[in-house]
Design a protein around this ligand. Sequence first.
Ligand code: F6R
Length: 262
Amino acid sequence: MRVIIVKDYDAMSKLAAKFIREQMEVKPNLVLGLATGSTPLGLYKELIRMHKEEHLDFSKVVTFNLDEYIGLPKDHPESYYSFMWDNLFKHINIPESHIHIPDGTIVTPEEIESGRLPIRKIEAYCEWYENEIKKYGGIDIQVLGIGRDGHIGFNEPGSSLGSRTRIKTLLEVTRRDNARFFDGDINKVPKYALTMGVGTIMEAKTLLLLASGENKAEAIKMTVEGPVTARYPATIIQLHPKAIVIVDEPAASQLEYEYERA
Ligand code: F6R
């Protein structure tokens, strides 16, 4: 694992964008795995700037998003579909047919809660999503944020470290953290999500995990220096042959050992 500590959020975002750009120069049809949330916003802004000012070309790039809420229509302002279009896709020249975001409308929260799950339909959809990734030769770079509880994608503590794309129930800590996007009201935050599994994420050729801010310090300490455990699903990246962790100083504040600084 390569751990790089940078000064702040801006430096984290720029270094991550530089890395992706370099890979796009080598492989213009790069397959990118993408995350949502606050963490990658600066990275997406920098990629948009590179596209607008330096003609970075996304016409051959293919993307797969990690996850999507269940229970929000696609056009809901807080769906990850809207998030990705507003914060990246509509500003770059990526063809719509190259974009993949899990469809959180294949099942409703009511169906989940009633126990009348359309299991075949869900399984078929999840299998289709995984097969699409394979069809493009796998994900070259998977961008990851991290939850305070150590989740990656929406693989909450206790997730199987070999899990595949499936439905997960969000923990209260995650819903509380995400309430800031829903008028501060936890009751408006969906309870379920469709997410790539930990096993799916681990198949990406490179993992690029980003973290900023002191509230991520404990999760980063566990991820980099703790034992591999389903208690903190992100710790699995210690087993990945090419995992890069870019953290700012506050997020790195609990790390015990010396790491690369940029
Ligand atoms: C979202 C995702 C999540 C977030 C995590 C951190 O697609 O995969 O794992 O990366 O919840 O969220 P932020 O960046 O908002 O702190």
